[in-house]
Write a protein that binds this ligand. Structure first.
Ligand code: FES
Ligand SMILES: [Fe+2]
Length: 349
């Protein structure tokens, strides 16, 4: 049902503590905690004895103890203690998942552990650059992960849905039009890229404030999608007055077929002194309010309509080319893994 042998973003680092955290990822119930060295641990959240969730249990040093009858498991998933008996059957062991903290997120490997190469974690070097400041966000979405990704792959919605906040006015019927709209997509191996530039456009209130722009700007949006479901966005606003740069990355991890853990960083090259607008806190509040106020209600409403109208087919337009390219590529990946192509990809474009 979900692609295997990929790193999936599981949590923000501060979510994993000495207390167990239950999180379902790709339909797998998982429990996360930190061991005595502060390293994150990911185990299946299902006691081998009678299926109780280990997340309702207790962390004991590096181990976790089930709250039902007291079985204890170590960070490798080995059952190391069963009350009232010495013999521990092999079948009592549970699955532990490769886990790695990198680029401000915690990732788990869903697949063959022997193939878990940490270099395959999506690369986000700008989050560590001394000339940048990253802000990290998490959203829980009641919609399929691909619908959330499609929202990011379709940047034209910024010119309508976000015309007052993040985007531009150029999507409004009687709104000011840019001199030129350039848009192209291309594929490089397993990466799908796009370039979109609006020349001489009036942008919305946030980028105006961020760059202290008075006049129109050129807005350039360069994107890259990579499997299983990460969208990297490189965004520039520029005119003679100023140039500002943002990298924002969106990582959509399926919880189930119809719910998503949505992780995001917003990494800017302006407002870095920490006292004047925009501070990290300002950026966090803006991004949180735009995404929970504009995008997520729309995506969840789409999911509701899709659930009601199972045979509905989208009508792609020019601006949807990146979505179509990504869906076609994903269909190939599902087929390669002998997984039926899900309906939210097959036949939609
Ligand atoms: S269900 Fe966990 S110890 Fe019995
Ligand atoms: Fe959006």
């Amino acid at each position: 049902m979900f692609l295997k042998n990929y790193w999936y973003c599981a949590a923000l680092p501060e979510e994993i503590t000495k207390n167990p955290l239950r999180r379902i990822i790709c339909n797998l119930p998982l429990v996360f905690y930190r061991d005595t060295n502060g390293n994150p641990v990911a185990l299946e959240d299902r006691c081998s004895h009678r299926q109780a969730p280990l997340s309702s249990g207790t962390i004991r040093d590096d181990n976790i103890q089930c709250s039902y009858h007291g079985f204890v498991f170590n960070g490798d998933g080995k059952c190391i203690y069963i009350p009232h008996q010495k013999n521990i059957p092999r079948r009592a062991h549970i699955i532990s998942y490769p886990i790695k903290e990198k680029w401000g997120f915690v990732w788990i490997w869903n697949g063959d552990p022997k193939l878990a190469d940490q270099n395959k974690i999506p690369s986000l070097p700008w989050t560590k650059s001394p000339k940048r400041s990253p802000v990290f966000l998490y959203y829980y979405v009641r919609a399929n992960h691909q619908l959330v990704a499609d929202n990011l792959l379709d940047i034209s919605h910024a010119d309508y849905l976000h015309s007052d906040t993040l985007g531009s006015k150029s999507g409004i019927m009687d709104g000011p039009k840019p001199d030129k709209v350039e848009f192209r997509t291309w594929t490089k191996g397993n990466e799908i890229h796009s370039f979109r530039k609006l020349t001489n456009v009036e942008v919305a209130s946030y980028p105006k404030k961020w760059g202290k722009f008075i006049n129109n700007v050129n807005r350039t949006n360069i994107q890259m999608w990579e499997a299983p479901n990460t969208v990297h966005v490189h965004l520039e606003f520029e005119n003679k007055e100023n140039k500002i740069l943002i990298n924002h990355d969106h990582i959509m991890t399926p919880e189930t077929e119809t719910t998503t853990h949505y992780f995001m960083d917003f990494t800017r090259d302006f407002g870095l002194d920490g006292t004047k607008y925009p501070t990290d806190e300002d950026i966090y509040k803006e991004q949180y309010s735009v995404i929970t106020g504009d995008d997520l209600p729309m995506i969840e409403a789409q999911q509701s309509n899709i659930d009601l109208c199972r045979d509905a087919i989208d009508v792609p337009v020019k601006a949807d080319k990146l979505i179509s390219d990504v869906h076609r590529h994903l269909a190939k990946l599902y087929k390669l893994q002998d997984i039926g192509v899900p309906s939210y990809i097959a036949g939609k474009n």
